[in-house]
Design a protein around this ligand. Structure first.
Ligand SMILES: [Zn+2]
Ligand SMILES: [Zn+2]
Length: 266
C-alpha cells in the first residue's frame, strides 16, 4: 500500500516516448503518454497500475504537455481505456492521438486546477510546438515539477515551478556532442535553438533557478541517445548541486528511455 504521500515514477523518457505516472492517495495520473499503446500498457502494468477495467476508473487523469508524438502518441487511447479525464490545450483537441478519448478537459495554459486533492499548475514554456507547458503538481504540501522540451532557460518558468521536492528536468544534449555529431545542420540548429531542447549547461542554469529548500530528488530527463551521455549529464547536475551547497541533500536519478524507473516518493 502506498502512503498518502505523492509518488512519481518515470515510465519512459526521451525522444522515443515520454510518460510519468503520479500516484497521490487513491488518485493515479499520467503526465504525457508518448509510447505506443501496447508498450505503454505493458510498462504501466509493470509499474503496478491496475489493467483497464470496464466498470471502474483505473487511471483518473492524463495531462499532455504538448502535441509532439513522443508526448501525445497514445494519450487518447490510454485515457479512453482507463476511463481517465484527458487534459490538454484547446488547440490539441482535434489531434488524432487525442480525439480517440471523448472525456476531454480543456487545459487553460498558465492556469491552476484543483481536483481530487491535487493542485496542478501549468506554465507555458518555449518550444516549437505551441503551446508547450510544464507542470507543477502539489498534493498535501508535497510538490513535483516536470519540465522537459524547453528551448532556453527562463526566469518566469522557474518562478511558476518553485518549491519542488522532486524535480524532473530535461538534460537533453551536450552541446559539443551535438555540434560534432551526426545530425543534419538543420536539425542541430533546431535542437539547440530557442524552440528546441535544453543543453546540459542550460539545464544547469534552470537548476540554479529552480533548486530550493525543499528539493531532495532531481530526475535528469529526456536525454538524447545520440547527443548526450548519462555520465555527462550527471556530472553537470552534480557539479551544479555542489555549487549550490545541495550535493549532500539532493539525490540525482537518471530517467531511462528503455525501462520504467523507481517509484520515487515526492
Ligand atoms: Zn519530447
Ligand atoms: Zn517536443
Amino acid at each position: 500500500m502506498l502512503s498518502a504521500r505523492m509518488h512519481l515514477q518515470v515510465i519512459s523518457s526521451g525522444s522515443k516516448g515520454n510518460c510519468a505516472l503520479v500516484r497521490a492517495g487513491e488518485v493515479r495520473a499520467l503526465v504525457d503518454a508518448g509510447l505506443s499503446g501496447p508498450e505503454l500498457e505493458a510498462r504501466l502494468e509493470r509499474a503496478g497500475l491496475p489493467p483497464p477495467s470496464t466498470d471502474r476508473k483505473t487511471l483518473h487523469h492524463v495531462w499532455v504537455t504538448h502535441g509532439h508524438l513522443d508526448h501525445a502518441r497514445s494519450a487518447g487511447k490510454v485515457a479512453r481505456s482507463h476511463r481517465a479525464l484527458l487534459h490538454c490545450a484547446e488547440s490539441l483537441m482535434g489531434n488524432a492521438a487525442i480525439r480517440r478519448c471523448r472525456n476531454l478537459s480543456t487545459l487553460k495554459v498558465g492556469g491552476t486546477q484543483e481536483l481530487d486533492g491535487l493542485v496542478v499548475r501549468n506554465v507555458a514554456i518555449p518550444h516549437d510546438a505551441h503551446p508547450t507547458v510544464a507542470f507543477r503538481i502539489e498534493h498535501e504540501g508535497r510538490v513535483a515539477a516536470i519540465l522537459t522540451d524547453m528551448g532556453r532557460p527562463d526566469d518566469g518558468v522557474a518562478r511558476a515551478l518553485a518549491d519542488a521536492h522532486l524535480l524532473v528536468l530535461e538534460f537533453n544534449h551536450d552541446l559539443g556532442m551535438l555540434e560534432r555529431g551526426p545530425y543534419p545542420a538543420m536539425l542541430k540548429k533546431r535542437v539547440s535553438g530557442d524552440g528546441g531542447h535544453l543543453s546540459n549547461e542550460q539545464s544547469a542554469q534552470m537548476l540554479r533557478k529552480l533548486a530550493g529548500a525543499n528539493l531532495h530528488t532531481l530526475v535528469l530527463a529526456h536525454l538524447s541517445e545520440t547527443n548526450n551521455r548519462p555520465e555527462l549529464a550527471r556530472e553537470v547536475a552534480e557539479r551544479t548541486l555542489a555549487e549550490l551547497g545541495l550535493a549532500a541533500r539532493v539525490r540525482v536519478v537518471i530517467a531511462s528511455q528503455d525501462a520504467i524507473g523507481e517509484n520515487l516518493a515526492v
